[in-house]
Design a protein around this ligand. Sequence first.
Ligand SMILES: C[S@@+](CC[C@H](N)C(=O)[O-])C[C@H]1O[C@@H](n2cnc3c(N)ncnc32)[C@H](O)[C@@H]1O
Length: 206
Amino acid sequence: MIQESPNHRVGGRDSATEDAAEFDEMEEVYEPAEDTHLLLRVALEEVGPDDRVLEMGCGRGVISKSLVPLARRVLATDLNPSAVRILRRAGIDAIQADLFSDIRSKFDLVLFNPPYLPTAEDDVLEGWLNFAFDGGKTGRDTINRFLEMLKDHLEPEKGRALLLISSLSDLSEVALKAEKEGLTTEVVAREKYFFEELFVLRLALR
Ligand SMILES: C[S@@+](CC[C@H](N)C(=O)[O-])C[C@H]1O[C@@H](n2cnc3c(N)ncnc32)[C@H](O)[C@@H]1O
């Protein structure tokens, strides 16, 4: 008789193989960095117990996981299917989506640490990890698409968003675009690093 043990599952992968697969999956997803921690810090100050929160581009889920006990609901999304699987394994509601495509609901708080690096064709990485960094030529491709869709997904009265921006993708251009899309903008946090300055832009309906 073959006995099932934690390290030897009948008809399935053993746990060492599963651990290795999960490790590989993690490697395909953005590793939390200064930008993650800055956005998280502001999100923790902003979130309230009645908020329905959407974290777009959740990556490994550091921000979503921290907000689950503090909000009414947290939905995490990412284009990268590995990110979605990581979040689901952690018990967080997560769906694979390109920005707001397939998302019909409105939210009280939307968070996004977007891909923001200005990227030439030669700099494009292979695989899903590229989507963590590649902001197109100006760094603003994904940010601009996000801003064009955001207002339809914010609750009219209390809806607001926190968007992480780098000086590499030009804060003033982003703010201009947001205002053109009918949003108010306020820089609520900033941090200087060696090669860039990071900002958190708070956006709300005008
Ligand atoms: C800079 S990483 C941030 C990850 C995580 N939120 C953090 O702060 O550590 C950007 C994330 O956005 C995701 N992303 C890029 N383009 C996207 C899109 N069009 N729709 C949804 N997610 C996207 C990437 O896959 C990546 O996980």
